[in-house]
Structure formats: C-alpha cells, structure tokens
Design a binder for this molecule. Structure first.
Ligand SMILES: [Mn+2]
Length: 584
C-alpha cells in the first residue's frame, strides 16, 4: 500500500464551543466538526440534546409528512369493510423491512393484509411480470407500494384500471414521472416535506405511514392505543437496520431512528433479529458497522440468491424456533452469496489483469463479462473492481443467453448514468444514478459498448481525484487525547453515511513500530511520542507490510480515530491509525 493512501482534507480549525455544548463534553477539538455537520443542533441546548440524546418523544409527528393522513385514511377505509390490502415491496433489506412494518402494523390493527415482494428475476419495482403475478392473487382493494413505485406510471395506471386504490410510498427520485391523479403519494422528494424527513429510506417512509395509521385508528392512549404504539415502536430495531443498509445520510429523523433502534437491538430485539444476531454476530453490541458488515448482508442475501420472502418471514417471526430456523437458512444463503462473490471477484480480476480487454493506463472504465456470474451479485463484484482500479466498473452476466444483465459501480466524482446515456444506442436498457446503475446489453454489442463506455468515463476522469479523500476533523496534540474526548466523540454516534467517525490528524510525531499479533501478523503497533515526551499507542490493522517504512528514522503525521481500551481494567484511549505520511 502506498503512503499516504488518501488525500487528506485540511483539518477543521479549532472552535471554542458555547457553554451549553461544554455541558455535553464538547471541546474546541470537536466543536467545529459538530457545528459544521449539524448546524441546526449547534443552535441551542435543546437542539443539541436532541442530537446527542434522542428520545422516543423526538420522533416526528407522522402527520407532518404530506400525504400520510390521506394514505392512512385510504387504508383505514378498506379495513372498515374488510377489504384486502396488498403491500408491494422490494427484495433488498430496505424494501423487505418496509413491507414487514406496514404488513405487521395493518395486521395487528385488524386489517386483511397480503405482503408481496417481486423476485429479482422480475426486475426492480412494479414490472409487468411482478404486477401480473400480484394480480393473479386477486385485485386488492388497496395496494400500497413501499420502497418502489414512484416512476412506475404505467403499472400504477394498470392497477387503478383493474380496480385497486393505490398508495405510493417511495424515497427514490421521481425524475420526470408524473403519478396518476388517483394515487395518494407519500414521498420524501415531493414538495412540502420537512427537512429532517427528506432523507428517510423506504422503511422510514413506511414506518411514518404506519405511525399515522396507528394515530388515526387509535388516537387515545387507552390500553388498545398503548399496545398499538408499543407494537409500532417494536419495529425501530429493524428500521435502524434498513436505514443503515440503504446507506441514506444519518442526519435528521434518520439519526433519531438509528440511535433509538440500536438501543432496542441491544436490549430487546425482535424475535427474528435476535435469532439472526445470535447466529451471525460475535458477542458484543450491535452498531452501524455490524449492521453494515454482518446483519444487512444476511438480509440482502435472501433476495440476491433466492427469495426475499425468507428475510420477510424472519422479520415477521414471533416464534423463536421458527426464527432460529430462518436465521440458519439466511446464514446458508449468505455463505452462498459470499462464495459466489469470491468467484466473480477472482474471475473479473483475472480478466482485468490479463490486459486482453483492459489497460489500466489507458482505459477509463473496466467492463467484464461472463456467462455464469449470478446476476444477484454482479453489483457487489463491480463495486470491488471499481474500488481496486479507482474508476467505473461494469460486470455483465449473460447466463447463456443473448442479452446480458449487468451492474455498474463508480467512485465518487463520476456520473455513470450520464456515461451510459452516451452509449444508450448500444444498450437494450439502462437506469440508475451517478455512482450505481444497471444495464442490459446484446452479446454482439458488448465490445462496442466496452469501448464507448470506457471513452465516456475517461472524459469524466479529469475532474476526479486519483486517490480517495479523507476528511480530517481536526488536529490533536497528544496530551489532549483522553477519555473526555473519547466520550464526546461517542456522543456523535451513530456513525455512517454523512456522519463518518471523526478522523484526527496527529502531526509531527516520532513512532516506534512493532508487529501486532502473536502468531499471525495482524498489523502494526506504533508507540507514538511528541516533542514534549507525551506518548500514546496506535494500532494500524492490516499494515504489517509497512514495518520497514517505520524502521527508518523520521517524523510522521498520522490520521486516526480514537479507540477505547478497557483491557487492563482501567479505561484509556488508543489510536486506530487510518493513514500516515512523512511529517511536513
Ligand atoms: Mn430503498
């Protein structure tokens, strides 16, 4: 690995916090970051309290979201006369959770509900195939889309003409699609949505509608009202999983939801998620990282490799034995997903390295293809190749047919949707956004598409940084690194999209390196010291190959996050090194 691996941003200047912020332990090292990321929260004590200590009462009133009342009324009216309500979802973690939340809440309020999730082979959203299969089960009185539907104008028209009332809940961009007048819509991208609710994922929108339905049907907090609210809030854990899995920014309402949801997952998770956590996690608390790396991939693997209903059943399970069985099956499905990913990774990397179809010094993008890649996981493979070569990558699977389906992924700075648009004459279909897209292409057009797409991406590459950027939150002097700062940083969790764990610069220090790990090298242990003789330990996982670099005399700048250390029974702080460069 090269040193430094990232382009470091300029560290934020120290900013003295106001008194109300000092009460939460914020000091000048951190306050600039807080005020920059969460300007609303920096405006006063109560706003800051909502940021660092969110409560159930902070959850937004669902009726503040335009469309929620009308949508709840449509569902409620159908419930009054025993009509069937279909929840039409999506096969990823967000879509499955959204489906589970509305199905469960409508069901617990006495509604007749039928969840419906398309197969991946039917395509995303309200495709003809999926709608046909859905209608084969009968025309519902009400059909509620979750996590999809906002651009499916023709299919929505078809459902309305068949006699269904349609409620569209979706957080995707509408583009220039205009919904039929008969639809009721709950969509974060529509006008009039309060700012904190604009980043809700599909499950977040579904939860808001479910909350509206509970308030509409049971406005009183009598025993029925209280138990309905309890049933609603029992979904916060799953909602946190969906919100992290869908990589929406963890600000506004999302931050409240994920904070409360993580607490719930760590104390009283639902039956299904409890069994999934037991089956897949090491001991220890669940956080956004565990959700991203362990829980969400398991839930997503159902829709990728088999049928998303497996994940839906797990989320809805209330019998521990049933849930355990489903968790074991998800574990198997995810293992299958992993081995398929590893195979695609190896084969696509071999194609890239053979130089037959790709020259890293000249090509703007990599386009790999094979007959046997599982279409459910080519996107994951494209992401890895794109990361490795720092440019867009497309992986196409033909599965023995004449038309291949592919996924495109790209580093920040590219717009692959625009690049695909330039090649649209060579594609059967394409869609997506700047950093991720899907396509289908004829076998005979693949080579021409490869050249055209690579050229289009090369034209964009001028504006893209060659190395990924690292946001530096501020500069830390070694003596200032302690448990007080550690606690203040922890108040900014949950970390994730739009709220990365703060990385600090520790500038111009000496470092003595040794190998970390008794038998198998796991990284480097760095004994760091400044000119005044202050010292701190840093751990750099995976950096064992850099030992010789640190054997040379010299002074270093380190980029690091704070790492709590309770090993000896006394709480202290270490650094988790992210990057290093010779001191400047
Ligand atoms: Mn989604």
């Amino acid at each position: 690995m090269p040193l430094p691996e990232y382009v470091w941003s300029k560290p934020a200047a120290p900013v003295e916090p106001p008194d109300f912020a000092r009460q939460f332990g914020f000091t000048k090292e951190l306050w600039g970051l807080v005020a920059g990321r969460f300007p609303e929260a920096a405006s006063g004590a109560e706003a800051l309290r909502r940021l660092v200590e969110p409560r159930l009462a902070d959850i937004a009133n669902p009726f503040d979201f335009p469309g929620v009342r009308s949508a709840a009324e449509v569902i409620s009216a159908a419930m009054d006369h025993g009509g069937e309500i279909v929840i039409f979802g999506d096969f990823d973690a967000d879509g499955v959770t959204a489906t589970a939340i509305i199905s469960s809440v409508v069901g617990s309020l006495g509604g007749r509900v039928r969840p419906f999730i398309p197969f991946r082979s039917e395509g995303y959203g309200l495709t003809d195939a999926a709608v046909t299969r859905c209608l084969a089960g009968g025309v519902p009185d009400v059909l509620v889309t979750v996590d999809c539907g906002i651009t499916a104008t023709e299919s929505l028209r078809r459902l309305i003409d068949a006699g269904a009332r349609v409620v569209v809940t979706d957080h995707h961009l509408p583009g220039d699609a205009v919904l039929p007048d008969e639809c009721v819509a709950v969509a974060p991208h529509f006008a009039g949505v309060p700012a904190p609710l604009r980043h809700l994922c599909g499950a977040g929108v579904a939860f808001t509608l479910a909350a509206g339905l509970v308030l509409l049907r049971l406005p009183e907090k009598d025993s029925a009202g209280i138990s309905a609210r309890r049933a609603l809030f029992s979904w916060l854990g799953a909602l946190a999983v969906a919100t992290v899995a869908d990589v929406v920014p963890l600000d506004g309402e999302n931050r409240t939801i994920v904070s409360l949801g993580l607490k719930a997952l760590n104390s009283r998770p639902s039956t299904g998620l409890r069994q999934l956590m037991l089956a897949t996690m090491d001991s220890g608390d669940i956080d956004t990282r565990t959700i991203g790396y362990v829980i969400a991939p398991h839930i997503n693997s159902a829709g990728r490799m088999a049928d998303a209903t497996l994940a839906l059943d797990l989320l809805l399970a209330d019998d521990p034995d049933v849930a355990r069985n489903l968790a074991v099956r998800l574990k198997q499905t995810n293992a299958l997903r992993k081995s398929e990913c590893a195979r695609i990774d190896a084969e696509a990397s071999a194609q890239a390295e053979s130089r037959d179809i790709f020259d890293p010094d000249a090509d703007g993008a990599f386009v790999g293809a094979a007959d046997s890649w599982h279409p459910g996981v080519v996107g994951l493979g494209a992401a890895r190749i794109s990361e490795k070569y720092r440019r867009p990558a497309a992986l196409v699977s033909f599965m023995g047919g004449e038309i291949g389906r592919g996924s495109v992924r790209a580093p920040a700075g590219y717009d692959v949707h625009a690049a695909l648009e330039e090649c649209s004459g060579l594609l059967v279909t394409f869609g997506g956004h700047e950093s991720a897209a899907g396509l289908s292409v004829r076998r005979g057009d693949l080579d021409a598409f490869r050249r055209a797409f690579s050229a289009a991406c090369l034209r964009q590459a001028g504006g893209v940084s060659a190395a990924p950027e690292l946001e530096i939150a501020g500069r830390l002097a070694v003596p200032r690194i302690g448990t007080g700062l550690l606690d203040a940083v922890a108040r900014l969790a949950p970390f994730g999209e739009g709220n990365q764990e703060p990385v600090f610069e520790i500038a111009n220090v000496a470092a003595k390196a040794s190998i970390l790990g008794r038998t198998v090298p796991k990284g480097l242990r760095l004994a760091i010291s400044d000119d005044g003789g202050a010292t701190i330990d840093g751990l750099w996982f995976g950096a064992q190959d850099l030992l010789d670099e640190f054997r040379r005399q010299g002074r270093w700048d380190f980029a690091a996050t704070l790492l709590p250390d309770d090993y000896s029974g006394i709480r202290s702080v270490k650094l988790r090194i992210v990057d290093a460069r010779p001191a400047r």
